[in-house]
Ligand binder design. Sequence first.
Ligand SMILES: NC(=O)c1ccc[n+]([C@@H]2O[C@H](COP(=O)([O-])OP(=O)(O)OC[C@H]3O[C@@H](n4cnc5c(N)ncnc54)[C@H](OP(=O)(O)O)[C@@H]3O)[C@@H](O)[C@H]2O)c1
Length: 207
Amino acid sequence: MFVATKGGLRRPGGAWVVDGDPGWLRLSCERSLQSLRTDCIGLYQLHAVDPKVEFQRSLEALIKLQEEGKIRHIGLSNVSPAQLEQALSATLIASVQNCCNVFDKRDFHNGLIDFCQARRITYIPYSPVGGHHDHARLSREPLLLQLAAKYEATPHRIALAWLLHKGQHILPIPGASKTASIRDSLQAANLALSAEDIAAIDRLPDR
Ligand SMILES: NC(=O)c1ccc[n+]([C@@H]2O[C@H](COP(=O)([O-])OP(=O)(O)OC[C@H]3O[C@@H](n4cnc5c(N)ncnc54)[C@H](OP(=O)(O)O)[C@@H]3O)[C@@H](O)[C@H]2O)c1
């Protein structure tokens, strides 16, 4: 079991507010250590870059937590290629967690995914089947329905298999509230898509 979590957001009244202040990152990490009943978190990710806080200061807070042994690896989330490069000049970055799925391929287009591969950084696509609210769109996409029929799979499995085929450094994290979804998604790891079908999904327009 490898535990990964994030810090850098607040939830006032259920909203999501970015807060990359070093003191808040430290407090969030310490609360996570307590909740997880552990001394060290395997991967601690900065949830987003806070435009109100100098990025370097947020990074230094994570570097300090790492030096103290409270986190093993540092990851980033919701970052651009330029932000990743800036972070790499300060410390080692183990992973990047960004939104990526068959309808949102911006990190393929902007070179971030290739850059991660070259630098041996794990790329973690979040909302890999389209997100909690939008995943049903997969089941309305004619190409995915056609491929699901061809491979005797679900459109969700096809979408996850496509991500897995795009690079060994890609680790999609599908969310689920039903065990049936988890069981289905797990089978994506054993689904071999043809190069032609991967290219057809590559050509699906972003939304
Ligand atoms: N870093 C960030 O800023 C950020 C932002 C958003 C999300 N995330 C993370 O990304 C992960 C997943 O994201 P997400 O939940 O937004 O999006 P998602 O994985 O694209 O979508 C989850 C939804 O898809 C359904 N689903 C998943 N696999 C399925 C399958 N094989 N068959 C049928 N339905 C399936 C689930 O249904 P059921 O509920 O019915 O099982 C759930 O409603 C979570 O760990 C989340 O914390 C990170």
